[in-house]
Ligand binder design. Structure first.
Ligand code: CIZ
Ligand code: SF4
Length: 302
């Protein structure tokens, strides 16, 4: 019996489902019930009526989203304190300060925010639907956080004035990609197609052929006639891209693009989390209700 067999046995015994984000280690993606982006995963969990436990192999805000959308299930995070540093960059106090400065403007928040902060916004968005959500918001100007690069990307694709809150929120992993990396790979493989995430810098986005969320990059790679791709997102997505497209080649544009927080989750920790039913993620009821409104609003707009 391997450790992954033990995890699968416990999963059955405990009526659990295992959700793995696109950035998880390959061996975890391979045993998960679903692999996807954060909102896809939380919505999948909503369809699993018989599941008692959701083991969410990802970081804090994603598990919180799962709690908000699945209030009757026990949501476990395999690693205690697996935090997304970008989500930590926008606190409730900071958001309230911005709201006081611009009291008339609607607030749109990326799902990469903690539940208590989501509870303070009008509507959420993901990197996959940010443009669509913001076009649908009935205002020419709005506050948007916490990712400045995503804010600039959306501003470019809409005619709206987007005020990033905080000033300089960012993903420490995606900002590691540099335009020089894209230039290097383009010279080496002129036939390759460059696909990057909107959390990358505007310079890297401008140098790419396609900008999209993790799920959009997977769809794009499948549809494209290209045989070789240079990829600008967290390393974990390469496993899924290669698995879904065995005849295509995928090269990570910068091989240090590894999110240490996502990689906190290991098979050993999945095993212990299921065995001991830890680390349970909870969201206070009132906060969950308010955050749910912002998530439902997003789902109704797109
Ligand atoms: O929402 C997600 O899952 C994130 C953070 C990445 C993406 O683009 O899918
Ligand atoms: Fe947060 Fe970036 Fe890691 Fe995603 S890759 S969890 S946005 S730090």
């Amino acid at each position: 019996m391997t450790l992954s067999d033990d995890v699968l046995r416990l999963k059955k015994e405990k009526k659990a489902i295992i959700l793995a984000h696109n950035y998880q280690r390959p061996e975890i993606q391979d045993i998960a019930d679903y692999v996807g982006d954060s909102i896809e995963l939380s919505r999948r969990a909503m369809e699993e009526k018989d599941a008692r436990i959701i083991l969410f192999s990802a970081v804090d805000f994603m598990a919180e989203n799962a709690v908000i959308l699945n209030p009757d299930k026990k949501v476990l995070l395999p690693s205690e304190g697996a935090r997304c540093p970008m989500a930590q960059m926008l606190t409730v106090d900071e958001l309230r300060r911005w709201k006081r400065k611009y009291p008339k403007l609607p607030v749109v928040l990326y799902v990469n925010t903690l539940a208590e902060v989501k509870a303070e916004c009008d509507v959420c968005c993901t990197s996959a639907n940010a443009i669509e959500v913001i076009k649908a918001v009935d205002s020419d100007a709005l506050l948007f956080g916490p990712d400045r690069n995503l804010a600039l990307y959306v501003a470019k694709h809409t005619n709206k004035r987007i005020i990033p809150v905080p000033d300089r929120g960012f993903c420490p992993t995606h900002v590691l990609f540099q335009k020089a990396d894209i230039d290097f790979w383009r010279t080496k493989h002129p036939d390759a197609t460059v696909i990057v995430h909107p959390e990358c810098t505007p310079e890297v986005q401008a140098a790419a052929d396609y900008v999209g969320s993790t799920s959009q990059m997977c769809d794009f790679a499948q549809r494209s006639n290209s045989k070789r791709f240079i990829v600008g997102t967290e390393s974990g997505l390469l496993h899924r891209l290669k698995k879904e497209n065995p005849n295509k080649e995928f090269i990570l544009a910068y091989d240090g693009a590894i999110c240490p927080n996502m990689k906190l989750n290991t098979m050993e920790r999945l095993y212990l989390a299921l065995k001991e039913e830890k680390y349970q993620v909870t969201v206070p009821k009132l906060v969950a209700e308010k955050a749910r409104k912002a998530l439902d609003c997003m789902l109704s707009l797109v």
